[in-house]
Design a protein around this ligand. Structure first.
Ligand code: F6P
Length: 340
């Protein structure tokens, strides 16, 4: 039987765990299935430009703990602006896929990547997706790799804000990533003992927010920690963190400072849990190719590995449910979500 030849690409925002996923796919494909593996550089751009490297076992050694991606990434969207004939990128991808005699490609990425992967599959390519993003907003899976590392980094930052907030009796606002969802803010906010957690999924009320801060100070709480997801409603001209810090200071006259944590949440070595999850996803993706389970994304449900049709995921985002069990418990402990 002809051994398979597969391509791997990493697309969209980077995160810790990408190299663990590449390693999981590559090692399983080579060692268990005898497949030939190539890696495309810079996401879909590498497919469009036929820019790739051969991946042998030795290329995959020593990368499990490495942040970033050995293949590089990009936010190239091959179908953007592609009315018939306007954009040759999808045709170049298909042409290069066949010229390289590929049997399948593994696309490691977030929502945008899965959307592109689904269309390439619909147009005839064999594709398997792996859900990646610190945002944890990919529909169809309980968790994406990158999320645990971002929560760990953000929690460590919040821990540090407690001591400086206490020293100055201040309100400390920290803005976390998450695009349009509040998963990182919810989990890191709870892990870091945030007093107020603002999520895009729960509309905050300025008066309620400030009343909560004032009540804390009147109750002799020496400081407050406010954890803000970047996607909450705020003027485009300033960051969410700055907007909330300014709003609190202007309405309560309490000393307030903000920290926008930014890209450190995407940097460095993956957490042990992300290494395991990314490895599981990678190994399972190679198995799906061996079993010809194409047009799917690997996912985890109650810790079991499953596949979800890419067609079911396209154009969907996994938002935080306002009645999420963690939110219910937090409210019962007196954590405010700025809405009441
Ligand atoms: O999707 C991951 C993410 O870090 C989001 O949380 C953030 O809003 C976005 O990427 C930033 O995009 P870029 O890396 O293009 O600046």
């Amino acid at each position: 039987m002809k051994l398979k030849k597969i391509g791997i690409l990493t697309a969209g925002g980077d995160c810790p765990g990408l190299n663990a996923a590449i390693r999981g796919v590559g090692k399983t494909a080579i060692v268990n299935y005898g497949m030939e593996v190539i890696g495309f550089n810079a996401g879909f751009s590498g497919l469009i430009e036929k820019d790739y490297i051969k991946l042998k076992e030795h290329n995959l050694s020593g990368i499990l703990t490495l942040g970033g991606t050995i293949l590089g990434t990009s936010r190239e969207k091959p179908y953007k602006g592609s009315k018939k004939g306007e954009n040759e990128k999808p045709e170049l991808i298909k042409q290069h896929y066949h010229e390289l005699e590929l049997d399948a490609i593994v696309c490691i990425g977030g929502n945008g990547t899965m959307k592109t992967a689904e269309r390439l599959h619909r147009e005839g390519l064999n594709v398997v997706g792996i859900p990646k993003t610190i945002d944890n907003d990919v529909w169809g899976t309980d968790v994406t790799f990158g999320f645990d590392s971002a929560v760990m980094i953000a929690t460590e930052a919040i821990d540090r804000l407690h001591t400086t907030a206490n020293a100055h009796q201040r309100v400390m606002v920290i803005e976390l990533m998450g695009h349009h969802t509040g998963w990182i803010a919810l989990y890191a906010g709870m892990a870091g003992g945030g007093d107020i957690i603002l999520l895009p999924e729960i509309e905050y009320n300025a008066k309620a927010l400030c009343r909560c801060i004032e009540h804390r100070f009147e109750s002799k709480k020496p400081y407050s920690i406010v954890v803000v997801a970047e996607g909450i409603k705020h003027p485009d001209s300033i960051s969410a963190g700055r907007h909330i810090a300014q709003l609190i200071h202007d309405h309560t006259d309490i000393e307030t400072r903000e920290t926008v944590l930014g890209y450190v949440q995407r940097g460095g070595s993956p957490s042990p849990m992300d290494r395991i999850l990314a490895t599981r996803y990678g190994a399972f993706a190679a198995q799906c190719i061996a079993e010809c389970r194409f047009g799917t994304m690997v996912a985890v449900k109650n810790n079991d590995l499953i596949t979800v049709p890419l067609a079911e995921i396209s154009d969907r985002v996994k938002y935080v449910d306002a009645e999420h069990p963690l939110i219910v418990k937090a409210r019962q402990m007196g954590v405010s979500f700025g809405d009441r």
